[in-house]
Write a protein that binds this ligand. Structure first.
Ligand code: PAF
Length: 278
C-alpha cells in the first residue's frame, strides 16, 4: 500500500492503478464501519484508494475539530489489511491553499435535519468530496448509510454536476447492542457508552410500530421520543420521520420513510437512522 500527500504524488500514483477505481473517503480514526467500506471497494474494484482528511470546513465554531480523534499509524494498518492500494492524506494546505475561495453548495436537501443544527456543514462536505473526486477520479465512491443525509446530498451533487462516479451506499455497521459505529463513540465513558444504545432501541421501536401498521409520522416520532426519554444520560437534539429523498418531514408515510435522530450523550452528539418501508 502506498501513501501520498500532495496532489502531484496522488495523480502520479492514481495513474498507475488498474480501473475501475473505488474511493473510500474518511476522516480517519477508523472503525469497522470504515473497514467494511474498504472491503466492499476491494471486492468490487480493481484499484482502491482511501483518503484520510479531517476536513476543517465541515466543522462549525464550537464543534470538535481540535479534539477530533486521530491515529494515523493504526488507520494505515487497518487500510492495508483491508487491501487498499493507495492512501491519500492531504494536509489542510494541500486541500485549501492560500487564496481558496470556491465552494460547492447543494440547496434544498442540505437545509433540514443536520442542516438546521450545523449551518455550513454540508457546504464543507460537498466541497471536500468534490475535490476528493477530482483528485482521485474514481469510478465508484463508498459511503456509509449511517450519515443518511450526507449520502442524499452527495448523490444530489454528483447527479447535478454530472460527476462520472457511482455513489455506493453501504449498510451501517453496529456494535452488538445496536450502537452505530462512529469515531465519535470514543468520546463516551463507560456509563455513556451503555446509555448510547438507546438510539438504536428508539429506532427499532419505531420500526416495529411501522411494521405493525403505524403510518402516522407524528406517532412514529413519538415512539422514538418515548424510548429516548427513558435514558437520563441522553438529550434529544431532534427526531425525524422524513421522506428518504427530499428529507422533508412527513405527515403520513405512504411508502418509505427515513427515521433519524441526533442525540447528545455526554459531549458526544450521536446520529443514527433506519429506513422503513418500500
Ligand atoms: O463521512 C465522513 O467521514 C466525511 O464527511 C467525509 C465524507 C470523509 C468528508 O470529509
Amino acid at each position: 500500500m502506498k501513501t501520498v500527500t500532495t496532489l502531484g504524488e496522488l495523480r502520479a500514483a492514481r495513474a498507475e492503478l488498474p480501473e475501475p477505481v473505488g474511493l473510500v473517503p474518511t476522516m480517519g480514526y477508523l472503525h469497522p464501519g470504515h473497514v467494511s467500506l474498504a472491503r466492499r471497494a476491494r471486492a468490487e474494484c480493481a484499484g482502491v484508494v482511501a483518503t484520510i482528511f479531517v476536513n476543517p470546513t465541515q466543522f462549525g465554531p464550537g464543534e470538535d475539530l481540535e479534539n477530533y480523534p486521530r491515529d494515523l499509524p493504526r488507520d494505515l494498518e487497518l487500510l492495508a489489511e483491508a487491501g487498499v492500494d493507495l492512501v491519500w492524506t492531504p494536509t489542510p494546505e494541500v486541500m485549501y491553499p492560500p487564496g481558496f475561495q470556491t465552494w460547492v453548495t447543494v440547496e434544498a436537501v442540505t437545509q433540514p435535519l443536520e442542516g438546521v443544527r450545523r449551518p455550513g456543514h454540508f457546504r464543507g462536505v460537498t466541497t471536500v468530496v468534490a475535490k476528493l473526486f477530482n483528485g482521485v477520479q474514481p469510478q465508484r465512491a463508498y459511503f456509509g448509510q449511517k450519515d443518511a443525509q450526507q449520502v442524499v446530498v452527495i448523490q444530489r451533487m454528483a447527479r447535478d454536476l454530472d460527476m462520472p462516479v457511482e455513489i455506493v451506499v453501504c449498510p451501517t455497521v453496529r456494535e452488538p447492542d445496536g450502537l452505530a459505529m462512529s469515531s465519535r463513540n470514543s468520546y463516551l465513558d463507560a456509563a455513556q457508552r451503555e446509555a448510547a444504545a438507546v438510539l438504536y432501541r428508539a429506532l427499532t421501536a419505531a420500526r416495529d410500530a411501522f411494521a405493525a401498521g403505524e403510518r402516522d409520522a407524528a406517532q412514529l416520532r413519538q415512539e422514538m421520543n418515548d424510548v429516548l426519554d427513558t435514558e437520563p444520560l441522553a438529550r434529544v437534539d431532534y427526531v425525524s420521520c422524513a421522506d428518504p429523498e427530499t428529507l422533508q418531514e412527513m405527515e403520513t408515510v405512504a411508502d418509505r420513510a427515513l427515521l433519524s435522530m441526533a442525540v447528545f450523550v455526554g459531549k458526544a452528539r450521536l446520529i443514527d437512522n433506519i429506513i422503513v418501508g418500500g
